[in-house]
Design a protein around this ligand. Structure first.
Ligand SMILES: NC(=O)c1ccc[n+]([C@@H]2O[C@H](COP(=O)([O-])OP(=O)(O)OC[C@H]3O[C@@H](n4cnc5c(N)ncnc54)[C@H](O)[C@@H]3O)[C@@H](O)[C@H]2O)c1
Length: 418
């Protein structure tokens, strides 16, 4: 019997409409892989728990895992990113869902526990909270997990830290590090996502000073899109090579304390904390918009900003106007949480098609290699990464060249030179 705790079951019809839109844009996960899984049932009798943003795209993944024979349980990976209508539709389809928009931190962990109580065999995480909780509170379960997957950069970093300290007890595949994931999801998804998040503010990008903290996968994507809309973009970095790349790509590069003085919008996606410091608050420009797209709500110091403000007014859904003692007003999106998932619907479905194709095929890989995968971080198999690339091209009717034997031998040999 399906188990669930969601906001409102009566939202299911809207959820089915949302899923319908996503399905049509996710042919690799929702059609090519699903049709094979339906026939072969590679995940029969397997229980998969996913701590993921409960969006229409995650719904497509859940359907594909179910088509493969798995029982699926989902909890949200962010208190504000669950699409309640999608959650309701998935429950109607027999997916166990424990998630709703606006849960408290305590409820967030209760929902994780509800998934773990079902005794999953595979864990799919986005930010490491599911797997870390399993390590802390479910020692017997953790020994019996066949394999786990991590979807985002911050989660992978947490697992690297666990492994270095000898604490990682499951075979962990960092899906985030796949070429088909971080070069598309992080760069294109987040790049477009920041524009969608800001859209509701009806602000013109052209001519505005935009500061982007970081020049990694997500942040370089955001910088590119802001520049494309005519903004004057300044990058802040802590890595000299990334800073040079930004400079030679034509951006201004400056320390954050300098850069923010003229900023009309500030976007963060660094995976770091307190990117804007308390000492910088009074240097923020009147009217500045602050949006974080990094995984946790620590990049923009939300609590400190709110304590510093003399008044806070919600000016539209998920947008707060904070008035400072000096009278300056700043606009904080999504309480400092992932603005693209809170104010918009997360990455476009076409992008998530690739991320979730990887999750689907890696779930199959874990079962095929059950018992042979040792605890620790296991790189994404290159053949799976390339397969997703080929399937995505195929779904778009794009063909590419194939190396001849002569070419293959040339680029893998050393004999031929001048
Ligand atoms: N919003 C989304 O949908 C979404 C999607 C994917 C990833 N993420 C999250 O976004 C964050 C970034 O991911 P990524 O893949 O771009 O990581 P990345 O490692 O590619 O890039 C992060 C960059 O930030 C820089 N940096 C670190 N601390 C900094 C600081 N204090 N000031 C300025 N720059 C700093 C690093 O040097 C690096 O270049 C992570 O938290 C990740 O989990 C969010």
């Amino acid at each position: 019997m399906v188990k669930f705790k969601i906001k409102d079951e009566s939202l299911a019809e809207e959820g089915f409409d949302a899923l319908y839109i996503a399905e049509r844009k996710m042919p690799v996960t929702g059609k090519i892989i699903r049709e094979r899984f339906e026939k072969e049932k590679p995940l029969k009798n397997i229980l998969i728990a996913g701590c993921l943003h409960i969006t229409k795209e995650t719904g497509v993944l859940a359907r594909t895992l179910k088509a493969a024979g798995a029982e699926v349980a989902l909890c949200g990976s962010n208190p504000l990113s669950t699409q309640d209508d999608v959650a309701a539709a998935l429950v109607k389809e027999g997916i166990n869902v424990f998630a709703w928009h606006g849960n408290t931190n305590e409820e967030f962990y209760e929902n994780i526990r509800s998934c773990l109580d079902l005794k999953p065999n595979i864990l799919i995480d986005d930010g490491a909270d599911l797997i870390v909780t399993a390590h802390k509170e479910y020692p017997d379960l953790i020994q019996s997990i066949y394999g786990a997957q991590e979807e985002t950069t911050t989660g992978v970093k947490r697992f690297i830290a666990m492994e270095e300290r000898g604490l990682l007890k499951v075979p962990l595949i960092p899906v985030n590090n796949a070429k088909c994931k971080n070069q598309f999801d992080n760069e294109l998804g987040t790049g477009q996502g920041i524009i969608s998040a800001i859209y509701g503010m009806h602000v013109l990008f052209a001519g505005k000073n935009v500061v982007v903290a970081g020049y990694g996968h997500c942040s370089s994507g955001m910088a590119l899109r802001a520049r494309g809309l005519g903004s004057n973009v300044t990058i802040t970095e802590v890595d000299p090579i990334k800073a040079l790349k930004a400079k030679f790509a034509g951006y201004n590069v400056a320390p954050i304390s300098e850069a923010i003085k003229n900023a009309d919008m500030i976007f963060t996606a660094t995976g770091c904390k307190n990117v804007i410091k308390k000492s910088d608050f009074e240097n923020l420009k009147d009217g500045v918009i602050l949006a974080n797209l990094g995984h946790f709500d620590v990049e923009i110091p939300t609590n400190e900003l709110k304590e510093y403000a003399v008044s806070i007014k919600t000016v539209r859904k998920d947008v707060e106007e904070l008035t400072f003692p000096s009278g300056k007003k700043i606009y904080l999106l999504a309480q400092g949480r992932l603005a693209n998932l809170v104010l918009a619907e997360g990455h476009p479905s076409e992008i998530m098609d690739m991320s979730f194709a990887l999750q689907s095929l890696i779930s199959e890989y874990i079962i095929k290699n059950k018992g042979q995968l040792k605890p620790g971080i296991i790189p994404v198999p290159e053949e799976i990464d390339n397969e997703v690339g080929f399937l995505k091209l195929k779904s778009m009717n794009i063909e590419i060249d194939k190396l001849t034997d002569e070419q293959y031998n040339y680029i893998h040999g050393f004999e031929e030179g001048t």
